[in-house]
Design a protein around this ligand. Structure first.
Ligand SMILES: Cc1cc2nc3c(=O)[nH]c(=O)nc-3n(C[C@H](O)[C@H](O)[C@H](O)COP(=O)(O)OP(=O)(O)OC[C@H]3O[C@@H](n4cnc5c(N)ncnc54)[C@H](O)[C@@H]3O)c2cc1C
Ligand code: SF4
Length: 343
């Protein structure tokens, strides 16, 4: 059994108290980390990837449990993924977010896992997601305790992979997050929450709490999320595709966002997608053009599951299926193909 390291645990009962405790503890040696569901942080602490001196539990903070689904949709950061999956209104309004949440981990983990924790999920890498002894045997790596990147030894930065399923979808939906600290509050786009850097992948400051996420009014929008993973029952994504499109009454695209997950240290938006699609119907021809536009931007590194070249090759079919799903096709057969890796 791998034991947790020693740490101090505090359980604030309000957002103000949590921000004050975080400001105080994060300025001290060893720093502090927030824990929501703990499904990422606790295993990481056991493996000594993250060793905060203080852990601040968010379960008692009522301000993090908002749910508003009229017009814009606001979800508190402590909303569990199970709550999202079971929410019939969300299923109608943001199908892509429900699909993304439903594909995270397992039902047991989703009962604990939160949307805030999923957005702030640590980046992953074959050389990092290992026990302390395994990492010690290779003299660690740049992301924790070492100085070399074993994926690209001349790389000045860590290339660990953004492996969150909901972040690409929330970015495609144009969502924003509210960050609160003892010093004040700011609101930023989900797209601006991330850096393409495996060690510094969040722009969130250590003293900030992600309070909630707001998705703009979805009238006229359709969305879908597709994911590649080894085990259909549960596994981190090795590629993900999130699409959100606004269609007019004639079913022509007014706006479209296409975001790739798990191919870089942050979700990557295909910036040309909206211009390619504008004013056109989501026809098979347009979908093929969008899949072609996405393909060169997906440059996965050799540091997660599966062979690198195959993961890249899978970007075209994943984009194709996600767009067909968003346009309302029956994609049951394609889902089975992806789950059984028959491509
Ligand atoms: C076996 C297994 C399979 C998994 N599969 C997947 C998968 O397929 N897809 C996927 O996306 N994830 C997966 N995960 C990772 C994890 O379960 C989810 O990402 C989950 O949503 C994390 O949420 P949490 O509340 O448990 O986060 P926690 O572990 O509590 O926190 C995660 C990180 O977020 C920070 N944090 C949490 N809440 C806040 C907040 N409000 N403000 C600021 N920072 C905060 C924490 O400090 C920590 O750094 C898997 C985990 C396991 C163990
Ligand atoms: S990408 Fe390099 S530095 Fe980052 S975790 Fe992997 S081996 Fe370590």
């Amino acid at each position: 059994m791998i034991r947790l390291p020693r740490f101090k645990y505090v359980a604030p009962a309000s957002l103000k108290d949590a921000a004050a405790q975080l400001a105080d503890a994060s300025s001290k040696p060893g720093g502090a980390m927030l824990v929501a569901g703990g499904t990422d942080l606790i295993p990481n602490m056991k493996r000594r990837q993250q060793v905060p001196a203080t852990v601040i539990g968010l379960r008692g903070v009522a301000e993090l449990r908002a749910r508003q689904v009229n017009g814009a949709i606001t979800l508190g950061s402590m909303t569990t993924l199970t709550a999202i999956v079971k929410d019939a209104e969300l299923r109608t309004k943001v199908a892509g977010l429900v699909q993304a949440a439903a594909q995270v981990a397992t039902p047991h983990l989703r009962n604990m896992a939160t949307i805030g924790g999923n957005l702030c999920l640590d980046t992953r890498c074959t050389y990092y997601d290992q026990s302390y002894e395994w990492r010690q045997a290779i003299n660690f790596c740049m992301k924790k305790d070492g100085d070399t990147c074993w994926v690209a030894t001349s790389s000045p930065k860590c290339l660990a992979v953004s492996s969150t399923d909901t972040a690409p979808m929330l970015q495609a939906l144009g969502a924003r997050v509210r960050l609160v600290s003892a010093a004040g509050e700011r609101e930023i786009a989900v797209a601006d929450l991330f850096n393409n850097d495996g060690m510094h992948h969040l722009t969130r400051r250590p003293d900030e709490i992600l309070v909630d996420v707001t998705i703009p009014n979805q009238t006229g929008w359709v969305s879908a999320y597709w994911k590649l993973r080894r085990r259909g029952s549960f596994d981190f994504p090795v590629a993900g595709v999130a699409v959100a499109a606004k269609l007019n009454a004639a079913k022509e695209v007014e706006d479209l966002r296409l975001v790739l997950g798990a191919v870089a240290s942050r979700p990557l938006e295909i910036s040309a997608a909206a211009a390619i699609a504008k004013g056109r119907k989501l026809s098979d021809e347009l979908i093929a053009e969008l899949a072609e536009a996405a393909y060169p931007l997906g440059k996965p590194m050799d540091n997660t599951d599966y062979e690198l070249a195959w993961r890249k090759k899978m970007i075209r079919p994943l984009v194709t299926y996600a767009l067909k799903d968003a346009r309302g096709d029956d994609t049951t057969e394609q889902r089975l193909k992806i789950a059984r890796q028959l491509i």
